[in-house]
Design a protein around this ligand. Structure first.
Ligand SMILES: [Zn+2]
Length: 149
């Protein structure tokens, strides 16, 4: 019974803004985010299963992440409620994909959110091992199950 990890990679475009930050990300701007999702499981041994030899069908993993994360965040502006209802209402009236999240939308906090969004949608025998969110060519954040046991 050998456990194997498999990883699926995704890309999405999103804008964010960091309130009160003392760097350039305090201005609304976008990133071409790259998200890697790594899961662990035991390859299916049932010879009658069409998924034999697989930990989890890459296509099913793709569907989960696409529906629960990418479709929601792609081409959105991710913003915290700290800007107040007046600004947020104004933006929502003028733009269709304003995503108000209850946290400062750093890569670190986005990852914590992403983990919670997909964990309950994975099969019982599959463990989410790590997620990596690349914000720029030289900067990324990572979540590891082992760090959070
Ligand atoms: Zn940024």
């Amino acid at each position: 019974m050998t456990r194997i990890r498999i990883t699926k990679e995704f890309r999405f475009e999103a804008a964010h803004v960091l309130k009160d930050y003392d760097g350039p990300c305090r201005n609304i701007h976008g990133h071409s985010y790259e998200l890697s999702v790594t899961i662990s499981g035991i390859p299916i041994t049932d010879p009658s299963s069409p998924k034999k030899g697989m930990v989890m069908d890459f296509g099913i993993l793709k569907k989960v992440v696409q529906k629960e994360i990418i479709d929601i965040f792609d081409h959105s502006l991710v913003i915290s409620p700290a800007y107040g209802p007046e600004i947020l209402d104004h933006m929502k009236k003028n733009f269709s994909n304003i995503l108000v999240v209850p946290y400062q939308p750093t890569s670190e906090n986005l990852l914590i959110d992403f983990v919670s969004r997909i964990t309950s949608h994975l099969p019982e025998n599959i463990r989410l091992i790590s997620m990596k969110l690349r914000e720029t060519a030289s900067s990324y954040a990572e979540w590891f199950e082992n760090d959070n046991l």
